[in-house]
Design a protein around this ligand. Structure first.
Ligand SMILES: Nc1ncnc2c1ncn2[C@@H]1O[C@H](COP(=O)(O)OP(=O)(O)OP(=O)(O)O)[C@@H](O)[C@H]1O
Ligand SMILES: O=c1[nH]c(=O)c2[nH+]cn([C@@H]3O[C@H](COP(=O)(O)O)[C@@H](O)[C@H]3O)c2[nH]1
Ligand SMILES: NC(=O)CC[C@H](N)C(=O)O
Ligand SMILES: [Mg+2]
Length: 510
């Protein structure tokens, strides 16, 4: 494990942002749910306690034993984290008379505190709390206040333990980055060496150590950025012992099976296509519940991989291009966050598997994966492809799936995506696709009544897929796409545009 900061998650909506900000400083960090707080190891050089929707005053709120960290390594409590430290040691946390959500300004700042070095008085900070620390325990010193909140920041005497009521990870806290840098670099003593090049070198070494010198590895390759980057890393580590398998699950985009196989030519990778469409359709018959569909798809993928592995002597590993958000959104049993959706490659995996899993990108965000891909010289056309989910059109056809519906959606989707490319808009949106709704509506075409299906166009802007805004596409473009879909795809007579952001919606509809 690289030297790192441990972020203990109490379920705040901002926990991932803390991780992003720390990684932007080229320092590695990991988020762990408070229910599975790891023991201190050599590599953990500091701990951040996240915020939380809970109140320390509630009986069942997160309240782990933090003695294994306190006084051993520097600790920074953010919002709930700060309230929890004060509460555990006999301070008083009460509902605030005015709840604070939004901008505030620091007033008194102790510049001698290493945490606040370079943070000016009057610095703007972002607040989001209903509770406030009324009385600090003995041995806690206030190091910053705002006009409304006396305890905006504190330090425990004789320890490198700090608490802050505001959120430095939110960009509205103008000096948040300075504060986090003070903590991770100056106080925890981490060097800022976690770069894409460093990641490649250390991951190649880890892969060689984990896989050994004999075993063969099967890799689920999809044509997407994540699995392609994973392929280059594994290829660098084990060369010809890597066997890429691209599965046609019958839920791909129009012509995608041929296009993807073609795009891998010339990369020196060993890739094979397997057409398992019918198997997936069979597994999905009659299923309408989104989670059941995802699980059925995840299971079928594994069955296909297991079978293909049997054809390769010495195959013991299944590699996947799983990335951090897939894990965060799928794994809830372990953490305070609820399951949003089971990504087919994580929460959708069956309990019993013959192959062992290896996932070199499991700790990276999407934009970090792209940076690693750039370092490994992945061709631009793959590097800048929009993400496409493994369950494919299966989670964009609401309700049950039939080959006829897949065909309808493939045709509408191709018009939208090609239109984006033709209008120079493809690279301006982060992801785009079409959803086939289980709704029919009345229309009139050539004086005839129609009663056909509705599709929704979805296009979003985002950095890492964790949050997203709907893309403000030009009306003329939307008008053109709508026209073409209705005229060219028989069976669709209405097109709508999805104007929901994530959160509260998600990018995919299922
Ligand atoms: N059709 C497929 N055949 C084989 N493996 C697949 C297929 N679709 C998805 N996978 C596996 O599941 C993983 C997760 O899919 P996901 O869509 O998140 O990543 P990706 O396809 O590599 O990249 P992107 O997010 O850019 O589409 C992939 O990295 C790959 O290992
Ligand atoms: O490989 C995948 N397997 C899945 O099961 C899956 N579900 C969602 N996604 C992709 O993840 C990103 C966030 O999607 P949501 O906002 O819908 O959760 C978007 O980019 C989605 O396309 C998936 N990718
Ligand atoms: N953002 C937070 O961590 C909030 C903590 C706590 N729920 C409060 O309202 O004060
Ligand atoms: Mg994909």
């Amino acid at each position: 494990m690289p030297q790192q900061i441990l972020i203990l998650d109490f379920g705040s909506q901002y926990t991932q942002l803390i991780a992003r900000r720390i990684r932007e400083l080229n320092v590695y960090c990991e988020i762990h749910p408070y229910t599975h707080a790891p023991d201190l190891t050599e590599d953990i050089r500091g701990v951040v306690l996240s915020g939380s929707p809970c109140s320390v005053r509630d009986a069942d709120s997160p309240n782990p034993d933090l003695s294994r960290y306190l006084g051993q390594v520097p600790v920074l409590g953010v919002c709930y984290g700060a309230q929890l430290l004060a509460h555990q040691q006999g301070g008083e946390v009460l509902p605030a008379t005015i709840r604070e959500y939004g901008r505030a300004r620091l007033a008194r700042v102790h510049h001698s505190s290493p945490l606040l070095h370079g943070v000016p008085t009057e610095s703007q900070v972002w607040m989001s709390h209903g509770d406030t620390i009324k009385t600090l325990p003995a041995g806690f010193d206030i190091i910053a206040s705002t006009p409304e909140v006396a305890v905006a920041a504190y330090q425990i005497q004789g320890q490198e333990t700090y608490g802050i009521q505001f959120h430095p990870e939110v960009t509205h806290s103008t000096d948040g980055k300075t504060l986090l840098q003070n903590f991770v670099v100056n106080i925890c003593g981490l060097d800022q060496s976690w770069t894409p090049e460093h990641f490649v070198d250390s991951m190649v070494e880890t892969l060689q150590r984990t896989i050994g010198e004999e075993d063969q590895v099967i890799l689920g390759l999809s044509g997407g950025v994540d699995s392609s980057v994973a392929a280059l890393l594994l290829h660098k580590a084990i060369g010809k012992r890597l066997h890429g398998i691209f599965v046609n699950n019958g839920l791909l985009r129009k012509n995608e099976y041929e296009d993807v196989l073609h795009s891998y030519q010339g990369l020196g990778l060993n890739v094979r296509g397997v057409d398992a469409s019918q198997e997936f359709y069979d597994a999905l018959v009659g299923l309408t519940d989104p989670e059941l569909k995802r699980k059925a798809i995840g299971r079928t993928f594994i069955e296909v991989f297991d079978r293909e592995a049997q054809k390769v002597e010495g195959a013991r590993w299944l590699a996947q291009g799983t990335i951090y958000p897939d894990v965060i959104e799928s794994v809830s049993v372990k953490g305070p966050a609820v399951t949003i959706k089971s990504h087919h490659n994580v929460g959708g995996l069956p309990e019993k598997m013959n192959l062992r899993i290896v996932e070199p990108l499991r700790a990276l965000f999407k934009d970090e994966v792209r940076e690693v891909g750039h370092t490994l010289e992945l061709p631009e056309n793959i590097l800048h492809r929009h993400p496409f989910p493994g369950p494919g059109l299966g989670i964009r056809i609401l309700g049950d799936i039939t080959p006829e519906k897949v065909d309808l959606l493939q045709r509408a989707d191709a018009i939208f995506i090609n239109g984006l490319k033709d209008h120079g808009l493809y690279d301006k949106v982060w992801q785009a696709g079409v959803m086939l709704l289980p709704v029919q509506s009345v229309g009139v075409m050539g004086d005839e009544r129609t009663y056909e299906r509705v599709v929704a166009l979805r296009a979003v802007t985002s950095v890492d897929g964790m949050t997203a805004d709907w893309a403000h596409l030009p009306y003329e473009f939307l008008a053109d796409v709508s026209n073409r879909i209705i005229n060219q795809v028989r069976g669709i007579n209405r097109v709508v545009y999805d104007i929901s952001s994530k959160p509260p919606a998600t990018i995919e509809w299922e």
